[in-house]
Design a protein around this ligand. Structure first.
Ligand code: 3HC
Length: 273
């Protein structure tokens, strides 16, 4: 039924090169799905070791798919060869039509990265943040006004290769035609887009973060064990993982950054929940 929803826009006419910043769990997953759908991908990280780990994770995930779907022997390599790993931050985005940043959940690191890339990226290049908890307005604060109109959030979910959702979040000034293009791009990489205004946590994390915090507090109060909370939410609420299993998978360090960022948003002193 996705084909029925497919907008007229051909995303490959506007986007052929994607630059992804951060080769961690999210960045490498996004690089994988983009390359799998035929896009040329530049993948940047600070060190060669970070890049090697990212490419290794991509190979492992693709090999799993290849086995399951009986792909020819060179399938994995043909996809990996569309990904160019680099530690050269500026060069990674020279030919990019779409930049997606998936670096650590730290506002000034994201702001500084975007403002450096703004000086060298094509004027038409779209900037997207995969932030879990920051506002696009804050991440894009140091960008030129023209670039801000082409800046959104493209928020993927872990594990990227498997999870079908991408939240597309936009600001009041975001070019509306850009949203049509990005919806088409998200469908083209085999995912389902939902739209959301630039509001803390967008949709999923606005609900998931307080849920995770409440789960932790239940255990801290001694009301229930970790195992029983996980079992309860799997068997009583139909979630595929309990909150602690999920926090282990997304990473406790990521969870820490999200909670810190979400408790005091720079543009709003209100706590989310
Ligand atoms: N690469 C390729 N394929 C993979 C894969 C990977 N990395 N991981 C799993 N798969 C495939 C498996 O091969 C399997 O395929 P099949 O059904 O066709 O055989 C399928 O995915 C399911 O995998 P498994 O059978 O190994 O495992 P489960 O059935 O237990 O599912 C799960 C694993 C998909 C992770 C499921 O437990 C789940 O949906 N968990 C919840 C995940 C979730 O909520 N993620 C969101 C986190 S929040 C977030 O990311 C936001 C951020 O801002 C913090």
């Amino acid at each position: 039924h996705l084909r029925g929803n497919r907008p007229e826009t051909d995303p490959k006419a506007a986007i052929s090169h994607v630059a992804i910043y951060g080769a961690g769990i999210m960045g490498s997953g996004i690089a994988q799905v983009a390359a799998q759908s035929g896009y040329q991908v530049a993948l940047w990280d600070v060190t060669q070791a970070d890049l090697d780990r990212g490419i290794q994770a991509i190979r492992k995930s693709l090999t799993r798919f290849a086995r399951k779907t009986n792909q020819p022997a060179d399938w994995v390599q043909s996809i990996v060869s569309r990904i160019s790993p680099t530690t050269d931050q500026l060069a990674a985005c020279f030919s990019a039509d779409l930049v997606i940043e998936a670096v650590v959940e730290n506002l000034s690191i994201k702001q500084n990265l975007f403002s450096r890339l703004d000086t060298v990226a094509k004027a038409s290049c779209v900037f997207a943040t995969n932030t879990s908890s920051l506002l696009i307005a804050d991440v894009s604060a140091k960008l030129s006004d023209e670039r801000k109109r082409r800046t959104v959030a493209l928020h993927f979910f872990n594990p990227v290769a498997v999870m079908k959702l991408v939240e597309i979040a936009y600001m009041d000034g975001t070019d509306p035609e850009l949203l049509t293009l990005l919806k088409a791009w998200v469908l083209d990489i085999g995912k389902v887009p939902v739209l959301c205004r630039d509001t803390p946590g967008f949709i999923v994390n606005r609900l998931l973060v307080p849920y995770n915090i409440e789960a932790r507090q239940l255990v801290e109060r001694g009301d229930a064990t970790i195992e029983d909370v996980d079992t309860a939410m799997k068997l009583g609420a139909g979630y595929p993982m309990g909150p602690f299993e999920l926090m282990d998978m997304t990473g406790l360090d990521t969870g820490y950054h999200i909670m810190k960022a979400s408790s005091v948003s720079p543009t709003s002193t209100r706590i989310w929940w």
